[in-house]
Design a protein around this ligand. Sequence first.
Ligand code: SF4
Length: 223
Amino acid sequence: MNNLAINSITPYTLEAYSGIPSAIVWFSTCNLKCQICDNPSLLKKKGTMKISEVISYLKTQQEKLKGIVLSGGEATISRQVIMLCNGIKELGFLVKLETNGTNPKVLQYLIDKKLINYVSLDFKANQENYVKITGSKKSFYLNTLKSFKLLNRSKIDFEVKTTLHGNLLHNKELLEIIKLFTKLKYQGHYYIQALDGVNVELDKEELIAEGKKSNIIVAFKNI
Ligand code: SF4
């Protein structure tokens, strides 16, 4: 059995964590099967690195880096994420977690123990389309909602994003998501993004205007 959760490390980027010089630690595998996945190759790959190897490497990068981004795949499905965050924090780095939100318990633990500084929550879809889009089950939508609520209650900095899935997410569904965030009193950024090669026409003004009603800043990437 392969117990290694980490697939690889991107040694340096200014793109992934608000301009902070960072490395990205890529987790293998995911508990969702999204129709459009930003990292499909990682889903099939097995981990290749021990946590101790990752930490030893990052120790050599302390002068160059300020942040570490945990991405994947899905980091929170591995218990190793806690061990990794402990090690990273001991080295004094900021930590950004990119997550699909399906493990609110792990997320809560990481926040409570101050093991992460920033969260990017991938809110995959409105309730009706969640199962279709993620190839998973309804309980995962409810878990993601729990994650959203706990982030919103906590003092941690976070953002929410949705990746467009061609004919399944249009203005109607995105408006529904924004209205849900409004009902839950969210005030912050909501990014709507398209992956390369996915063409979707949106009425951006309508979405921006809906967000403005309650201080949700709707922004677009690659659209
Ligand atoms: S949650 Fe992310 S990594 Fe997992 S299948 Fe969906 S897009 Fe891919």
